[in-house]
Write a protein that binds this ligand. Sequence first.
Ligand SMILES: [Zn+2]
Length: 315
Amino acid sequence: MFTQPLICPNPKCLATGDFYTKNGYFKTKHNHQPNPRYECRRCGMEFSSHSLRANKGQSRPDVNQEIFKWACSGVPISRIAENVGVTQKTVASKLAWLAKQAERFHEKAIVSGELNTSYIQIDEMETYEHTRLKPLSISIAVRVKTGQIIDMKVATMNCHGPLAALSQKKYGLRKDTRKEANGSVIETVRRVVNTGSGLTVGCDSKSSYPGLIKNVIQGASIQTHLVVKESYEDTVKPTDPLFAINLICAKLRSDLAPLARKTWVTTKSPEKLRQLLSIYIAWNNGYDICSNTNLVDTPVKSKKPKSLKNPQGSM
Ligand SMILES: [Zn+2]
């Protein structure tokens, strides 16, 4: 079954309707299926049903979904390559492609208003690139009602604590870009605020967010919460007012291999981590980024995210 082309892929032409003639077939490399070629009557451009797909030119589009799944299952790149039966180089280029797809879908979700909300929780979590002496920070904003991630941004920062001196001796002072990352996350939050209903933002009491938020989102009400430490002797577990954001942080640590607490898998660069986080947003928010690859007329259809069933207990 081939879907008929609806629009000429030539950006200068974009002819529609009965604009093409059929012009033979070609076979895809990965499954050797014949696919029709077309020729535009108006501009003469030759194209196929693949020309308007986001995965055009890929020799293995069949493994995209599997790599998407493994990338969000706490598995390092070497193991993804082994599980799927491709090289690590292929996995790396697929992750770059998946990240682009994920960003396209996330942008559409924001523009469509499906992420609109009046209650957000925000936090930062720490990780590192290559060595603990080069720490990174991730700014995160979560829509509390559904657990969907609104945005995540990576920032570089300086080492603090006992490793600070050694870090500075070895790598010098690092650029601290946390403020920019937080600002960028808040800017995305501003785009999903329900008009008319205002915005409540939950964060922990150490957070540097409140000042930034007040500057960007007029009239936002901020709820700061003290971090509640759970004790084994507690018979009734304390309610976690920041459950939604804490759950996302815990999931990130278990679902993305480089973010695990004790791991030999490390982030190779802030850019690679940024890609992985974009992919995770798509995974967490339920965007169908692998099967829906049409570049034209792709309405966002995200699966219903699992609601947060247990706003009280432990994870
Ligand atoms: Zn044309």
